[in-house]
Design a protein around this ligand. Structure first.
Ligand SMILES: [Zn+2]
Length: 373
């Protein structure tokens, strides 16, 4: 699925209708969740179908739910179901339990195949259900005229700090494999560089990274000093969230470019499996931003690998830094030691050594590893 994003323009009144629709979606979601919670212990468990039926009942009892297009109502119930099944999965897998929560700050809604009409040539979209959103104008760097409406599977409306956006989720064409690159690579992600590969090449963090981070920190501190509930604080909070948005866009650009480049020039890409649990624990801003970047990077690597017909292998994160990539001996090191020094004579940058191990592990297991694409 390809996502095409445009900024939408309309009147204040139209956007308040969008807000209303977004609230309705949240209402349905929470009602569905409540139904499931209330019947969790009973023999007749609540499944996907029951939620769908419940949505129809809600539409009968509440006028504002009825106004929302039925595919959007169903999409909302589906989202609840996704959260619930994630909970079941986490329980089954004995991983941290992710109990579904009531949603308080929903910022998006989704239509499927109906309830909207795209006029690509005029760059506008009209919502045809009872929510009264009407016609919104679209701006974005995309040529929508080439888009076949049949290929649009979902239409999403999102609210962000700097306005409203439309996402079109378009069916992806068949993958187009590239000619082989005759190269394989292992990647180690680290704090000092964005990544180091098994050839010893380092990709530095983007230059704007440090600057944005400093600005974010400063703004956060300013915000913390302001009186709660004050007008100034509100303004500062808005500024901060805009800055976040800008930073995350810059990061995404960087990450996409780097991932595309790596996948294009390698037949096999090996990376370490990031520990999600560790990632979530980190409260330091620099780390948490870096973590989000890596996670996105992995996702884009997988995406491009699938698209270009490359192989992607995730190796477990155990011992990748401590093993010697030359002789295989265990050379434990503290976090501070930047250089790998082994009694076999191998001396190299710590991350370079790790990247070589990652590639080695991957080649060792690639015959029987699921490719997580
Ligand atoms: Zn060695």
């Amino acid at each position: 699925m390809i996502t095409i994003e445009c900024k939408v323009y309309g009147s204040v009144q139209q956007f308040s209708r969008v807000d209303e629709a977004i609230r309705t979606v949240q209402f349905i979601r929470n009602k569905c969740l409540r139904l499931w919670m209330d019947h969790q212990d009973s023999e007749t468990g609540i499944g996907r179908n029951e939620l769908a039926r419940h949505t129809a009942e809600l539409a009968q009892s509440y006028g504002f739910v009825r106004h929302l297009n039925s595919s959007a109502r169903q999409a909302s119930a589906e989202r609840t179901w996704t959260a619930i099944s994630r909970f079941y999965q986490s329980r089954k897998a004995n991983s941290p339990i992710r109990y579904p929560r009531f949603q308080k700050d929903n910022r998006s809604m989704e239509y499927r195949k109906s309830g909207w009409k795209l006029e690509a040539r005029h760059s506008r979209i009209t919502f045809t259900d009872g929510c009264g959103i009407g016609t919104l104008r679209l701006r974005g760097g995309h040529n929508l005229t080439l888009l076949q409406p049949d290929y649009i599977n979902r239409v999403r409306l999102l609210r962000r700090a700097d306005g409203y956006y439309l996402q079109l989720l378009v069916k992806r064409d068949a993958p187009q494999p590239l000619p082989p690159a005759h190269r394989q690579v292992g990647l180690d992600v680290g704090l000092r560089h964005f990544l180091v590969d098994s050839e010893g090449q380092a990709v530095a963090n983007p230059r704007h990274h440090k600057r944005s981070l400093d600005r974010l920190k400063r703004k956060q501190r300013q915000l913390a000093r302001m009186k709660k509930g004050s007008q100034n604080r509100k303004k500062a909070a808005q500024k901060l969230s805009r800055l976040y948005l800008k930073t995350s866009r810059q990061r995404k650009d960087f990450v996409v470019k780097t991932a595309r480049c790596v996948v294009k020039s390698n037949d096999l890409i090996a990376v370490e499996q990031l520990q999600v649990r560790n990632l979530l624990k980190n409260h330091r801003l620099a780390r948490s931003i870096q973590d989000v970047g890596w996670r996105q990077f992995m996702q884009w690597l997988s995406y491009f690998a699938r698209k270009m017909g490359r192989t992607m292998v995730f190796v477990p994160a155990k011992h990748t830094t401590s093993l010697c990539s030359g002789c295989g001996a265990l050379v434990p090191k503290s976090l501070r030691e930047r250089v790998h020094r082994c009694s076999c004579g191998l001396v190299m940058d710590r991350d370079h050594n790790a990247a070589r191990n990652i590639l080695k592990f991957a080649l060792h297991t690639v015959g029987h590893t699921e490719i997580q694409a």
